[in-house]
Ligand binder design. Structure first.
Ligand code: NDP
Length: 256
């Protein structure tokens, strides 16, 4: 008999940036485990394509347009998800962006764009979902950090700051909301082949080979490498796991 620990039947996942890359990889994993999914992103074509793909897995899925840099838009996203599905069991704060420059070259507006999109949005969305999860007796919040939550890089001052901050945000929310049966954890992806890193490989000389050389698994990660961790962190198998950070990196962070 299959374990109930990884069965998400009857649960609802809300994934920001769920229309592509790592977010869609996690949404697919949760859908394959039986969860209904709300895909949240700015691009309506990508949203629609992701919804079709998820419905083809046999689950209910829908999409909502959100700009996570806008607090009112995040609050509306949560309200629409609750209206559409009646509950929200797992919020994945995945939407993110990067601007790669040397630290001295950023404008304040660029710094704020990265911090607002990657860090403030996770706080705002988590705050908005809290009363829903509390009222239904619990829930799961998954943050997406990065190797830049651990390491710095010459081209990533605002990005690293946002991804370091998100780990601390998760610990604080986890500490406060454990009493409400809400678990908050962070996934730390390694270098993953997505639209975000296609740009990184164009902008940072030698990055592709450096990642291959440094990663014990000997390859870049794929969005689908995040399906399993999503199922674990969204399901009852992780009910006593909270405030922690889990690398999904092919060994990148444990190897010099
Ligand atoms: P993608 O560029 O493929 O995905 C980014 C997603 O974020 C898109 O779905 C995009 O949706 C959404 N998004 C961006 N800005 C906003 C916004 N303002 N409002 C709503 N949605 C937004 O990149 P990844 O899949 O690689 O990145 C996903 C997450 O993983 C990010 O947090 C990133 O920092 C993190 N990460 C990625 C790594 C990698 O190697 N790829 C490594 C470590 C962390 P839309 O197109 O509709 O705007």
């Amino acid at each position: 008999m299959a374990s109930k620990l990884f069965d998400l039947t009857g649960r609802v996942g809300l994934v920001t940036g769920g229309n592509g890359g790592i977010g869609l990889g996690m949404a697919r994993g949760m859908a394959e485990a039986g969860a209904a999914i709300m895909v949240a992103g700015r691009n309506t074509e990508k949203n629609a394509a992701a919804v079709s793909e998820l419905r083809a897995l046999g689950v209910d899925a829908d999409s909502v347009v959100v700009d996570v840099a806008d607090a009112a838009s995040c609050e509306a996203m949560v309200a629409k998800t609750k209206d559409r599905f009646g509950r929200i069991d797992c919020l994945v704060n995945n939407a993110g962006t990067a601007i790669r420059k040397q630290p001295q070259d950023y404008s304040l507006a660029e710094w704020q764009e990265v911090l607002t999109t990657n860090l403030t949005s996770a706080f705002v969305c988590s705050q908005a979902v809290y009363p829903v999860m509390k009222a239904q007796g619990g829930g799961k919040i998954v943050m997406i950090g990065s190797m830049m939550s651990i390491f710095g890089a010459s081209f990533s001052a605002p990005y690293s700051s946002s991804k370091g901050g998100i780990v601390q945000l998760a610990k604080s929310l986890a500490s406060s909301w454990a009493k409400d049966n809400i678990q908050v954890n962070t996934v730390l992806p390694g270098w993953i082949d997505t639209a975000l890193t296609i740009k990184a490989r164009e902008q940072v000389d030698g990055l592709h080979q450096r990642v291959l050389d440094r990663t014990p698994a000997g390859r870049w990660g794929k969005p689908e490498d995040h399906a399993g961790i999503a199922v674990f962190l969204a399901g009852s198998g992780s009910d006593f796991v909270t405030g922690t950070s889990i690398p999904v990196d092919g060994g990148f962070s444990v190897h010099i």
